[in-house]
Write a protein that binds this ligand. Structure first.
Ligand code: ZN
Length: 251
C-alpha cells in the first residue's frame, strides 16, 4: 500500500519508458501515483494519464511562475477548467509561491494575489491543496492560515523546522521526497514530525536519490525504509500509517 503523492509523469524524461515506470511502481507495491499538473497543457495530460492507468491519480494546478504569464482572463479560464474536472481529481496542485525563481517584489506580490485567488475560488471543492513553497514557506503558511484551509500538503517542504511544527499544528502534512537519503533537512523533518503528518512523494523525474539521475515512483520503497529507520518503527507500520494519511487527504 505504497503511495507517491506528487510526481510529474508527463515529463519528457518518461517518454521512453512511461508505461514500464508505472509497471515497476506497481511491482514495488505502489497503489497510487499522484500526477501533478503545472499548466494547462500538463493538466490535460494528467487527466489523460489518469484515465489510461488505474493507479495514476490527478491533481490539477498552476505553477506559480507559469501563473504569472497568464492574463486575468486566462487565469479565470484555467480555474474554471480545474473546477469542471473536480470529479476526476484527488486534489488541487501544484500551486503556491516561488520566490527563488521570482525575486522582483511586484512579481512576488502578483504571485500572492494569484495564489489567494486560486484557493478562494476552489476551496469549496473540499479537495486537498498541494503546495509548492520554495523560498516563500512562511508566506504560504500564513496565507493558508488566513484563508482557513483545512486540507493541505506541502510538497518538498524546505522551510525551517519551526515552520514545519506550525504545519503539523495546523494538522496539515508534508510529503517527503526520495532524496531523503542524502538530505539532512528531510531527515530532520521526519525526525521531528508525527508520522500522522507525513506523506511520501518523488517529484519525479526530479529529486532523485543518490546514484540515480532520474527519479521514479518505485523509489518510494527506499524512502519508507529510511523513514522507518529514523522513526525506529517497523516499515510496515510506517507504510500503513502513510497510506491512511493519503486516504484522508486524497480519496
Ligand atoms: Zn512538483
Amino acid at each position: 500500500m505504497i503511495v507517491d503523492v506528487h510526481c510529474h509523469l508527463y515529463f519528457p524524461q518518461f517518454d521512453e519508458d512511461r508505461e514500464e515506470a508505472i509497471k515497476r511502481a506497481e511491482a514495488n507495491g505502489l497503489v497510487a501515483i499522484v500526477n501533478a499538473g503545472t499548466d494547462h497543457e500538463s493538466n490535460v495530460k494528467v487527466l489523460e494519464l489518469s484515465e489510461k492507468y488505474k493507479i495514476v491519480r490527478a491533481t490539477l494546478g498552476l505553477y506559480p511562475t507559469t501563473a504569472l504569464k497568464l492574463s486575468e482572463e486566462e487565469l479565470d479560464k484555467e480555474i474554471e477548467f480545474i473546477k469542471s474536472n473536480k470529479d476526476k481529481v484527488v486534489g488541487i496542485g501544484e500551486i503556491g509561491l516561488d520566490f527563488k525563481l521570482t525575486t522582483e517584489p511586484k512579481q512576488q506580490q502578483r504571485q500572492i494575489e494569484v495564489f489567494k485567488k486560486i484557493i478562494t475560488s476552489l476551496k469549496d471543492l473540499n479537495k486537498t491543496f498541494v503546495i509548492h513553497s520554495r523560498k516563500a514557506e512562511k508566506e504560504c503558511v500564513e496565507i493558508l492560515e488566513e484563508l482557513e484551509v483545512k486540507k493541505v500538503n506541502f510538497h518538498c517542504f524546505s522551510g525551517s523546522f519551526k515552520l514545519a511544527k506550525r504545519i503539523e499544528a495546523n494538522n496539515w502534512t508534508m510529503s517527503i521526497p526520495a532524496n531523503i537519503d542524502k538530505s539532512q533537512h528531510f531527515q530532520g523533518i521526519v525526525e521531528q514530525t508525527s508520522i500522522n503528518n507525513i506523506l511520501t512523494e518523488t517529484d519525479a523525474p526530479f529529486l532523485s536519490p543518490a546514484g540515480e539521475t532520474r527519479c521514479e515512483p518505485s523509489f518510494i520503497k527506499q524512502t519508507l525504509n529510511k523513514i522507518a529507520e529514523i522513526k525506529q518503527m517497523d516499515v510496515k507500520e510506517v507504510t500503513n500509517n502513510i497510506y491512511l494519511n493519503y486516504q484522508k487527504l486524497f480519496s
